[in-house]
Design a protein around this ligand. Structure first.
Ligand SMILES: Nc1nc(=O)c2c([nH]1)NC[C@@H]1CN(c3ccc(C(=O)N[C@@H](CCC(=O)O)C(=O)O)cc3)CN21
Ligand SMILES: CC(C)C(=O)C(=O)O
Ligand SMILES: [Mg+2]
Length: 263
Protein backbone atom coordinates (compact mmCIF):
# COMPACT_ATOMS: atom_id res chain seq x y z
CA UNK A 1 0.00 0.00 0.00
CA UNK A 2 1.67 3.17 -1.19
CA UNK A 3 -0.89 5.85 -1.96
CA UNK A 4 -3.34 6.62 0.81
CA UNK A 5 -6.90 5.56 0.05
CA UNK A 6 -9.78 8.01 0.08
CA UNK A 7 -13.54 7.71 0.48
CA UNK A 8 -13.67 7.71 -3.33
CA UNK A 9 -11.07 4.99 -3.91
CA UNK A 10 -12.57 2.85 -1.15
CA UNK A 11 -16.01 3.05 -2.78
CA UNK A 12 -14.49 2.34 -6.22
CA UNK A 13 -12.68 -0.74 -4.95
CA UNK A 14 -15.95 -2.68 -4.77
CA UNK A 15 -15.90 -5.49 -7.30
CA UNK A 16 -12.31 -4.66 -8.29
CA UNK A 17 -10.14 -5.53 -5.28
CA UNK A 18 -10.58 -6.73 -1.70
CA UNK A 19 -10.06 -4.19 1.08
CA UNK A 20 -7.59 -5.12 3.81
CA UNK A 21 -8.40 -3.66 7.21
CA UNK A 22 -6.58 -4.37 10.49
CA UNK A 23 -6.95 -2.79 13.90
CA UNK A 24 -4.10 -0.97 15.65
CA UNK A 25 -3.97 0.80 18.98
CA UNK A 26 -0.50 2.31 18.98
CA UNK A 27 2.14 3.86 16.74
CA UNK A 28 4.46 0.86 16.98
CA UNK A 29 2.03 -1.65 15.48
CA UNK A 30 0.47 0.91 13.12
CA UNK A 31 3.91 1.34 11.50
CA UNK A 32 4.33 -2.42 11.17
CA UNK A 33 0.87 -3.01 9.67
CA UNK A 34 0.77 -0.05 7.32
CA UNK A 35 2.80 -1.48 4.39
CA UNK A 36 0.29 -4.29 3.86
CA UNK A 37 -3.10 -2.80 4.62
CA UNK A 38 -5.52 -0.28 3.17
CA UNK A 39 -7.41 0.80 6.26
CA UNK A 40 -6.38 0.86 9.91
CA UNK A 41 -9.20 0.67 12.43
CA UNK A 42 -8.72 2.04 15.91
CA UNK A 43 -11.35 -0.34 17.26
CA UNK A 44 -13.06 -0.09 20.62
CA UNK A 45 -11.82 -3.69 20.94
CA UNK A 46 -8.81 -1.89 22.44
CA UNK A 47 -10.80 -1.89 25.67
CA UNK A 48 -10.32 -5.68 25.68
CA UNK A 49 -7.04 -6.27 23.81
CA UNK A 50 -5.21 -3.22 25.18
CA UNK A 51 -6.94 -2.29 28.45
CA UNK A 52 -7.77 -5.85 29.50
CA UNK A 53 -11.49 -5.31 30.13
CA UNK A 54 -14.10 -8.02 29.51
CA UNK A 55 -16.03 -6.19 26.79
CA UNK A 56 -15.96 -2.95 24.79
CA UNK A 57 -18.64 -1.06 26.72
CA UNK A 58 -16.41 0.96 29.05
CA UNK A 59 -14.19 2.38 26.30
CA UNK A 60 -14.35 6.19 26.44
CA UNK A 61 -14.12 8.90 23.80
CA UNK A 62 -10.92 10.15 25.50
CA UNK A 63 -9.35 6.69 25.15
CA UNK A 64 -10.35 6.46 21.48
CA UNK A 65 -8.87 9.92 20.78
CA UNK A 66 -5.64 9.05 22.63
CA UNK A 67 -5.14 5.80 20.69
CA UNK A 68 -6.16 7.36 17.36
CA UNK A 69 -3.46 10.01 17.80
CA UNK A 70 -0.90 7.32 18.61
CA UNK A 71 -1.88 5.27 15.53
CA UNK A 72 -1.86 8.39 13.32
CA UNK A 73 1.76 9.05 14.35
CA UNK A 74 2.78 5.59 13.17
CA UNK A 75 0.68 5.31 10.01
CA UNK A 76 0.79 8.38 7.84
CA UNK A 77 -0.37 6.72 4.62
CA UNK A 78 -3.24 4.52 5.79
CA UNK A 79 -6.88 5.48 5.75
CA UNK A 80 -7.77 5.73 9.44
CA UNK A 81 -11.11 4.85 11.02
CA UNK A 82 -11.96 5.24 14.72
CA UNK A 83 -14.81 3.42 16.49
CA UNK A 84 -17.29 5.66 18.30
CA UNK A 85 -17.55 4.00 21.71
CA UNK A 86 -20.69 2.82 23.48
CA UNK A 87 -22.96 5.67 24.64
CA UNK A 88 -21.42 8.39 22.46
CA UNK A 89 -24.01 8.33 19.65
CA UNK A 90 -27.31 7.87 21.50
CA UNK A 91 -29.00 10.67 19.51
CA UNK A 92 -28.06 12.77 16.47
CA UNK A 93 -26.89 15.82 18.46
CA UNK A 94 -24.72 13.85 20.90
CA UNK A 95 -23.32 11.83 18.02
CA UNK A 96 -22.40 14.94 16.05
CA UNK A 97 -20.90 16.72 19.08
CA UNK A 98 -18.76 13.69 19.94
CA UNK A 99 -17.80 13.04 16.31
CA UNK A 100 -16.66 16.64 15.88
CA UNK A 101 -14.45 16.22 18.95
CA UNK A 102 -12.73 13.19 17.40
CA UNK A 103 -12.38 14.99 14.05
CA UNK A 104 -10.89 18.10 15.68
CA UNK A 105 -8.61 16.33 18.16
CA UNK A 106 -7.22 13.74 15.70
CA UNK A 107 -6.49 13.41 11.97
CA UNK A 108 -8.87 10.45 11.62
CA UNK A 109 -10.47 10.01 8.19
CA UNK A 110 -13.77 8.46 9.24
CA UNK A 111 -15.73 7.14 12.21
CA UNK A 112 -17.50 3.80 12.65
CA UNK A 113 -20.77 3.37 14.50
CA UNK A 114 -22.57 0.12 15.29
CA UNK A 115 -26.15 -0.40 14.09
CA UNK A 116 -28.29 -0.70 10.98
CA UNK A 117 -31.75 0.62 10.19
CA UNK A 118 -32.10 1.86 13.79
CA UNK A 119 -29.00 4.07 13.47
CA UNK A 120 -29.62 5.38 9.94
CA UNK A 121 -30.86 8.76 11.19
CA UNK A 122 -27.61 9.20 13.15
CA UNK A 123 -25.42 8.23 10.19
CA UNK A 124 -27.38 10.68 8.03
CA UNK A 125 -26.90 13.53 10.52
CA UNK A 126 -23.14 12.89 10.72
CA UNK A 127 -22.71 12.58 6.95
CA UNK A 128 -24.60 15.80 6.27
CA UNK A 129 -22.23 17.57 8.66
CA UNK A 130 -18.96 16.49 7.09
CA UNK A 131 -18.27 13.33 9.08
CA UNK A 132 -17.41 10.29 6.94
CA UNK A 133 -19.13 7.23 8.41
CA UNK A 134 -18.37 3.51 8.18
CA UNK A 135 -21.35 1.40 9.25
CA UNK A 136 -21.21 -1.81 11.29
CA UNK A 137 -23.99 -4.39 11.03
CA UNK A 138 -24.58 -8.00 12.12
CA UNK A 139 -23.06 -8.98 15.46
CA UNK A 140 -22.72 -5.73 17.40
CA UNK A 141 -20.20 -6.08 20.25
CA UNK A 142 -21.60 -2.99 22.00
CA UNK A 143 -24.91 -4.91 22.36
CA UNK A 144 -23.27 -7.86 24.13
CA UNK A 145 -25.09 -7.25 27.41
CA UNK A 146 -28.51 -6.53 25.91
CA UNK A 147 -28.19 -9.58 23.66
CA UNK A 148 -26.84 -11.84 26.40
CA UNK A 149 -23.63 -12.73 24.56
CA UNK A 150 -22.03 -12.62 21.13
CA UNK A 151 -24.55 -14.19 18.75
CA UNK A 152 -23.93 -14.99 15.11
CA UNK A 153 -26.60 -13.31 12.93
CA UNK A 154 -28.44 -14.40 9.81
CA UNK A 155 -29.60 -17.81 10.98
CA UNK A 156 -33.33 -17.16 10.53
CA UNK A 157 -35.26 -15.75 7.57
CA UNK A 158 -36.22 -12.71 9.67
CA UNK A 159 -32.59 -12.02 10.56
CA UNK A 160 -31.52 -12.37 6.92
CA UNK A 161 -34.14 -9.87 5.79
CA UNK A 162 -33.22 -7.51 8.63
CA UNK A 163 -29.54 -7.62 7.62
CA UNK A 164 -30.40 -6.64 4.04
CA UNK A 165 -32.60 -3.81 5.35
CA UNK A 166 -29.78 -2.71 7.67
CA UNK A 167 -27.19 -2.65 4.87
CA UNK A 168 -29.50 -0.70 2.57
CA UNK A 169 -30.41 1.78 5.30
CA UNK A 170 -26.72 2.34 6.17
CA UNK A 171 -25.92 2.92 2.49
CA UNK A 172 -28.89 5.23 1.96
CA UNK A 173 -27.92 7.24 5.06
CA UNK A 174 -24.61 8.08 3.39
CA UNK A 175 -22.02 5.65 4.77
CA UNK A 176 -19.08 5.03 2.40
CA UNK A 177 -18.56 1.44 3.53
CA UNK A 178 -19.59 -0.89 6.34
CA UNK A 179 -18.30 -3.73 8.48
CA UNK A 180 -20.41 -6.88 8.68
CA UNK A 181 -19.57 -9.00 11.71
CA UNK A 182 -20.53 -12.52 12.79
CA UNK A 183 -22.91 -13.36 9.94
CA UNK A 184 -23.46 -16.65 8.06
CA UNK A 185 -21.35 -16.55 4.91
CA UNK A 186 -24.18 -17.10 2.41
CA UNK A 187 -26.16 -14.29 4.02
CA UNK A 188 -23.17 -11.90 4.13
CA UNK A 189 -22.69 -12.60 0.41
CA UNK A 190 -26.27 -11.52 -0.32
CA UNK A 191 -25.86 -8.45 1.90
CA UNK A 192 -22.71 -7.42 -0.01
CA UNK A 193 -24.56 -7.87 -3.32
CA UNK A 194 -27.50 -5.76 -2.10
CA UNK A 195 -25.50 -2.52 -1.74
CA UNK A 196 -23.06 -0.61 -3.94
CA UNK A 197 -20.62 0.37 -1.14
CA UNK A 198 -17.94 -2.05 0.14
CA UNK A 199 -18.94 -4.49 2.87
CA UNK A 200 -15.94 -5.55 4.96
CA UNK A 201 -16.35 -8.83 6.81
CA UNK A 202 -15.19 -10.26 10.12
CA UNK A 203 -16.52 -13.73 10.75
CA UNK A 204 -18.71 -13.28 7.68
CA UNK A 205 -17.07 -15.56 5.11
CA UNK A 206 -15.13 -14.79 1.94
CA UNK A 207 -17.82 -13.45 -0.38
CA UNK A 208 -17.68 -9.86 0.85
CA UNK A 209 -15.61 -6.87 -0.31
CA UNK A 210 -12.80 -7.09 2.24
CA UNK A 211 -11.75 -8.46 5.59
CA UNK A 212 -10.91 -7.01 9.00
CA UNK A 213 -9.22 -8.68 11.96
CA UNK A 214 -7.93 -7.48 15.30
CA UNK A 215 -4.11 -7.39 14.97
CA UNK A 216 -3.45 -9.08 18.30
CA UNK A 217 -5.79 -11.96 17.37
CA UNK A 218 -4.16 -12.62 13.96
CA UNK A 219 -0.69 -12.40 15.48
CA UNK A 220 -1.62 -14.91 18.18
CA UNK A 221 -0.83 -12.39 20.91
CA UNK A 222 -4.26 -12.41 22.50
CA UNK A 223 -4.14 -15.97 23.78
CA UNK A 224 -7.43 -16.10 25.64
CA UNK A 225 -9.44 -15.04 22.55
CA UNK A 226 -9.90 -17.95 20.14
CA UNK A 227 -13.21 -17.63 18.26
CA UNK A 228 -13.72 -19.58 15.03
CA UNK A 229 -13.30 -16.59 12.69
CA UNK A 230 -9.72 -15.77 13.76
CA UNK A 231 -6.78 -17.18 11.81
CA UNK A 232 -3.50 -16.98 13.69
CA UNK A 233 -0.81 -15.95 11.19
CA UNK A 234 1.85 -16.39 13.83
CA UNK A 235 2.10 -17.77 17.33
CA UNK A 236 2.91 -14.40 18.83
CA UNK A 237 2.35 -15.37 22.45
CA UNK A 238 4.84 -18.27 22.27
CA UNK A 239 7.41 -16.17 20.42
CA UNK A 240 7.15 -13.29 22.89
CA UNK A 241 7.17 -15.55 25.94
CA UNK A 242 10.15 -17.48 24.53
CA UNK A 243 12.12 -14.27 23.98
CA UNK A 244 11.33 -13.00 27.46
CA UNK A 245 12.33 -16.36 28.94
CA UNK A 246 15.69 -16.20 27.08
CA UNK A 247 16.32 -12.70 28.40
CA UNK A 248 15.38 -13.75 31.91
CA UNK A 249 17.60 -16.86 31.78
CA UNK A 250 20.54 -14.83 30.44
CA UNK A 251 20.19 -12.12 33.08
CA UNK A 252 20.09 -14.74 35.82
CA UNK A 253 23.05 -16.68 34.39
CA UNK A 254 25.09 -13.53 33.75
CA UNK A 255 25.22 -14.21 29.98
CA UNK A 256 23.59 -10.83 29.25
CA UNK A 257 24.93 -8.19 28.83
CA UNK A 258 28.10 -9.04 26.89
CA UNK A 259 30.92 -6.70 25.84
CA UNK A 260 29.04 -5.50 22.70
CA UNK A 261 26.19 -4.24 24.93
CA UNK A 262 28.53 -2.49 27.32
CA UNK A 263 29.98 1.07 27.33
N1 LIG B 1 -9.59 -9.15 20.38
C1 LIG B 1 -10.80 -8.95 19.88
N2 LIG B 1 -11.12 -9.47 18.68
C2 LIG B 1 -12.36 -9.27 18.15
O1 LIG B 1 -12.62 -9.77 17.02
C3 LIG B 1 -13.30 -8.51 18.87
C4 LIG B 1 -12.90 -7.98 20.12
N3 LIG B 1 -11.67 -8.22 20.61
N4 LIG B 1 -13.72 -7.20 20.85
C5 LIG B 1 -14.92 -6.69 20.23
C6 LIG B 1 -15.53 -7.69 19.40
C7 LIG B 1 -16.08 -8.87 20.16
N5 LIG B 1 -16.02 -9.91 19.18
C8 LIG B 1 -16.44 -11.21 19.38
C9 LIG B 1 -16.31 -11.80 20.62
C10 LIG B 1 -16.68 -13.10 20.82
C11 LIG B 1 -17.22 -13.86 19.81
C12 LIG B 1 -17.63 -15.27 20.07
O2 LIG B 1 -17.55 -15.73 21.16
N6 LIG B 1 -18.07 -16.00 19.05
C13 LIG B 1 -18.46 -17.39 19.16
C14 LIG B 1 -19.66 -17.68 18.27
C15 LIG B 1 -20.98 -17.38 18.91
C16 LIG B 1 -22.13 -18.00 18.11
O3 LIG B 1 -21.93 -19.08 17.51
O4 LIG B 1 -23.24 -17.40 18.10
C17 LIG B 1 -17.35 -18.31 18.67
O5 LIG B 1 -17.14 -19.35 19.32
O6 LIG B 1 -16.73 -18.02 17.64
C18 LIG B 1 -17.35 -13.26 18.55
C19 LIG B 1 -16.95 -11.94 18.35
C20 LIG B 1 -15.34 -9.46 17.99
N7 LIG B 1 -14.60 -8.30 18.43
C1 LIG C 1 -13.73 -6.11 15.26
C2 LIG C 1 -13.74 -4.76 14.63
C3 LIG C 1 -14.61 -4.68 13.42
C4 LIG C 1 -14.11 -3.71 15.65
O1 LIG C 1 -15.14 -3.09 15.63
C5 LIG C 1 -13.14 -3.46 16.72
O2 LIG C 1 -11.97 -3.88 16.62
O3 LIG C 1 -13.53 -2.81 17.70
MG1 LIG D 1 -15.54 -2.10 17.48
Amino acid sequence: MTKKMTITSIKKSKGASKLVMITAYDALFARLLEPSCDIILVGDSLNMSFAGKGDTLSATLEQMIYHTNAVAQGAKSSFLICDMPFGTYINPDEALRNSIRVFQETTVDALKIEGGEDKAHIIEHLCSNGIAVCGHIGLLPQAVRSEGGYKVKGKSQEEQEQLIRDAKAVERAGAFCMVIEGVKADVAKEVAKSVSIPVIGIGAGKDVDGQVLVFSDMLGLFEEFTPKFVKKYMDGASLVKGAIKSYSDEVRSGEFPQDIHTY
